[in-house]
Design a protein around this ligand. Structure first.
Ligand code: ADP
Ligand code: MG
Length: 612
């Protein structure tokens, strides 16, 4: 690796425009350099929104002593020598002027130990006009530390355009977030005003330019980031890989649209549109979803030099790219959308509309994706073979992930009764939600959704349990049904018995002698109506299928005794939380709506610019 001076002609061709707009641009350039230097560990320190200090330390290849000063001269780079290379260059920064520019607007200290060198050297530029300072021997592990202090202090005209430290820090964080997400193979730490705010260990075996769910959820700390859909496409010189939230997390606006083209974060309206196009039958019109997408495109198919800070690109064949993205999303949604994403189409649907009724392929008042063709995976239709399509249920949420994500622990459970409680407070609000303060998190639990989940799991386990928790009715309830319905009930009597019902048939009438205790107060007639109404043709329902059974149980669970809008006693609240914790999937109700909304303290702090 040789650092050389670029020919003047090339300097003009590059015509870079403003490189350093604000502290975040410095951060970006330094990180780019560290990544180019093959660093696997990058430590960032920020003070006063970067105005006072920006320090980036890496364990990359390092800069040899004799090139330490050269690196800070204008238009020096080890990365390109002629313009044709620009297109082939897959490394990140290549204007050869970042360090020079930074050095001219701040006080820079560079310390580096090159991999071939025995010693580390340090160089300090106190003043932009000074002659090149001489490197001094110092101690440093292999790699480079660049410390940028007092940014724009020597240029008051620029300095006064700096916003508050909090704002500048936000810009830095936004910049860094992009790197955190697309480089799971790098261990990043971020320290803000002396306090560590991120420690993101590298994810073993991950590749640069890949999006890794663990990294994404660590960085995002949002609900949607914990259960994302992955999508991919490979063909015609384009590779697409990405993660999108489940449809149920659609929102009016989102800041979370991360697009990378050949590792470079960019914004491209066309890509946003094609992602949403892919989602169009799964979310309401005009709504958005958080997503991350990484495109790898043959360099000759994309022009990266259309924006001074490379924040946009131009695709040579945009249609090809956009349709690749749309296809990738659609395929993934067809594969993934299942019962639990049901909450995605309308939160205003009344509960009874959500359960078994979705089994109908066509009916009015249905979301578009169910109405039109029903190939979204959530509808219930016959496959070519004539067999009933299997409904997926909560497949995406493994018990392990879920419990992990909620940080439930036996300890927490025990301590709820014990003297030292990790649950600091627990209460009900609006007769609807339960608030739990647990460690550094605030949980908002939807009481009805939680009760539904609990009931669902009870009913489900009763299918295999010998002992049933049933409620006997002193006076059996008599309900009339149509012949087809009676036929269905008789055929399914084994299943209903297992779930805790005792049914007697007398002509068109069914006598309910007992029912599962979890739904003891419920209107049984209504439950059965919902089960029947949910199916277009009762003869089509294969009650032996586990998925169908789960869907019926989910419908029953809607009728659990704890409703929204109901005031609860403290012991009821406590037992609800306890029972929820015991669930194998405490995370979402049987219809896929969230049960728990977790707020981490950092998220709360962020709203107040509080860091302690
Ligand atoms: P460019 O990145 O476009 O080449 P810069 O001004 O950012 O230009 O950097 C100049 C040169 O300094 C780079 O080409 C590289 O050789 C060297 N350099 C800068 N930062 C580092 C680093 N963290 N590790 C190793 N080399 C570096
Ligand atoms: Mg650079």
């Amino acid at each position: 690796m040789q650092i050389i001076k670029l020919p003047q002609e090339l300097i003009n061709q590059i015509a870079a425009g403003e490189v350093i707009e604000r502290p975040a641009s410095v951060v970006k350039e330094l990180i780019d350099n560290s990544i180019d230097a093959q660093a696997k560990n990058i430590q960032i320190k920020i003070q006063d929104g970067g105005a006072k200090l920006i320090e980036v330390q890496d364990n990359g290849i390092g800069i040899p002593k004799d090139q330490l000063a050269t690196a800070f001269e204008s238009h020096t780079t080890s990365k390109i020598t002629k313009i044709e290379d620009l297109n082939d260059l897959m490394t990140m920064g290549f204007r050869g002027e970042a360090l020079a520019t930074i050095q001219s607007v701040s006080e820079v200290t560079a310390i580096s130990k090159h991999s071939d060198s025995e010693f580390a050297y340090k160089i300090r530029f106190m003043n932009a006009d000074e002659d090149s300072p001489k490197p001094e021997k110092t101690a440093h592990q292999q790699g480079t530390t660049i410390r940028v202090e007092d940014l724009f202090d020597n240029i008051p005209a620029r300095k006064k355009y700096l916003k508050t430290p909090a704002t500048e820090y936000r810009h830095i964080l936004k910049t860094l977030t992009n790197y955190f997400l697309i480089h799971p193979e790098i261990h990043f730490t971020l320290e803000k005003d002396g306090k560590q705010v991120f420690n993101l260990p590298d994810i073993k075996g991950s590749l640069p330019n890949s999006l890794h769910t663990n990294r994404v959820s660590q960085v995002m700390k949002n609900d949607w980031a914990e259960e994302m859909i992955d999508f991919f496409y490979d063909g015609q010189g384009i590779k697409v890989g990405g993660l999108a939230s489940l449809p149920k997390f659609h929102t009016k606006k989102t800041n979370h649209e991360y697009i990378y083209v050949n590792k470079r974060p960019v914004y491209d309206r066309g890509i946003v549109k094609s992602v949403l196009q892919g989602f169009s039958r799964y979310i309401p019109h005009g709504e958005k979803v958080p997503f991350l997408i990484s495109l790898t495109i043959k360099p000759e198919l994309v022009d990266v030099n259309v924006h001074p800070r490379k924040e946009e690109v131009r695709f040579i064949n945009p249609y090809r790219v956009y349709s690749a993205v749309e296809q990738a999303i659609q395929k993934a949604l067809q594969r993934e959308v299942s019962l639990e994403t049901n909450g995605g189409y309308s939160t205003s649907d009344s509960e009874k509309d959500i359960g078994f009724r979705r089994l109908r392929t066509r009916s009015s008042g249905k979301p578009d994706f169910l109405r039109d063709g029903g190939n979204a995976g959530a509808s219930y239709s016959k496959t070519n073979s004539g067999k009933l399509r299997e409904l997926k249920f909560n497949k995406r949420l493994s018990t392990f992930d879920v419990q992990n994500s909620l940080k439930f622990s036996e300890k927490a459970l025990e301590s709820m009764d014990g003297a030292v409680s990790e649950i600091k407070s627990i209460s009900q609000i609006f007769n609807k939600y339960i608030l739990v303060e647990f460690e550094s998190e605030l949980w908002v639990i939807d009481q009805h959704a939680a009760a539904e989940r609990i009931t669902f799991e009870h009913l489900k386990s009763s299918l295999s349990d010998e002992v049933k928790n049933t409620q006997h009715l002193l006076v059996p309830e008599e309900i009339e049904f149509s012949p087809a319905e009676i036929e269905f009930l008789k055929e399914s009597s084994d299943f209903f018995e297992k779930s805790g019902f005792e049914l007697d048939f007398e002509g068109q009438t069914v006598k309910v002698k007992s029912l599962p205790a979890d739904i003891s107060g419920a209107d049984i007639g209504k439950i059965f109506r919902e089960i029947f109404d949910g199916a277009e043709d009762l003869g089509d329902i294969d009650v032996a299928s586990e998925k169908v059974q789960e869907d019926i149980i989910a419908t029953m669970s809607c009728h659990t005794s704890i409703r929204s809008g109901q005031s609860l006693h403290s012991d009821e609240i406590l037992s609800l939380v306890k029972n929820l914790i015991k669930c194998s999937n405490p995370y979402s109700c049987p219809h896929g709506r969230s049960v728990v909304w977790k707020l981490v303290i950092e998220d709360i702090d962020k709203n107040f610019d509080r860091t302690y």
